[in-house]
Design a protein around this ligand. Structure first.
Ligand code: GRF
Length: 184
């Protein structure tokens, strides 16, 4: 059973999908702790209500990453899952967890790294978008893609409507790919 530490900044719907999946019989991972840079992240309250340990990092990147690193090690975390964590991790942090951090990104990487992926896909006239789970490296949204789900862009789609459908795909993709990743 692989122990997962999840990092969030906000809503935490992907976090919730991972927590739910971890409870299913046969799931090869368990959620050991959820940490955030933001004490007000709604996902933290949800995790706590589910009986999962939570942690809020202090202000300042160096202090925050050192604290998260220490608390994850104290909880015997083996793999880190980013789920809407809105800060760039330092090269040093990525190096310490090399090959053991994954992220979900709302585009078909390598297209649309960074923010506003849905608006950019619509503006480009794309007929499909989707989401990707990838290994985290020092390059923003740049590590090896582990799995993707495709979602059609419909005529008249807004970024909000597309985001909603992609999010539903994220909730199915992330647990599946994480399970494959920890048993690879
Ligand atoms: C998701 O769209 C995810 O792909 C991106 O940030 C969003 C987080 O949403 N990295 P949530 O906090 O998991 O609901």
């Amino acid at each position: 059973m692989t122990r997962i530490g999840i990092l969030i900044s906000g809503r935490g719907s992907n976090m919730a999908a991972l927590i739910d999946a971890a409870r299913a019989p046969g799931c090869p991972f368990e959620v050991a702790i959820v940490a955030s840079d933001n004490a007000d992240a709604p996902g933290l309250a949800h995790a706590a209500a589910q009986g999962i340990a939570t942690f809020v990092g202090p202000k300042g990147k160096i202090a925050r990453e050192a604290a998260i690193d220490a608390v994850f090690r104290a909880h015997a975390v083996e793999t880190i899952a980013l789920a809407g964590y809105m800060r760039l991790l330092s090269d040093e942090f990525v190096g310490r967890w090399r090959g053991r951090i994954v992220n979900i990104h709302p585009s078909l990487l390598p297209r649309y790294k960074g923010l506003d992926t849905h608006a950019r896909a619509i503006a480009a006239g794309d007929t499909e978008s989707g989401c990707s789970v990838h290994v985290v490296t020092e390059a923003l949204d740049g590590g090896a893609v582990l799995g993707q789900a495709r979602v059609a862009i419909l005529p008249g789609d807004t970024a909000e409507r597309l985001a909603e459908r992609v999010l539903a795909a994220e909730h199915l993709l992330y647990p599946k790919v994480l399970a494959e990743f920890v048993t690879r």
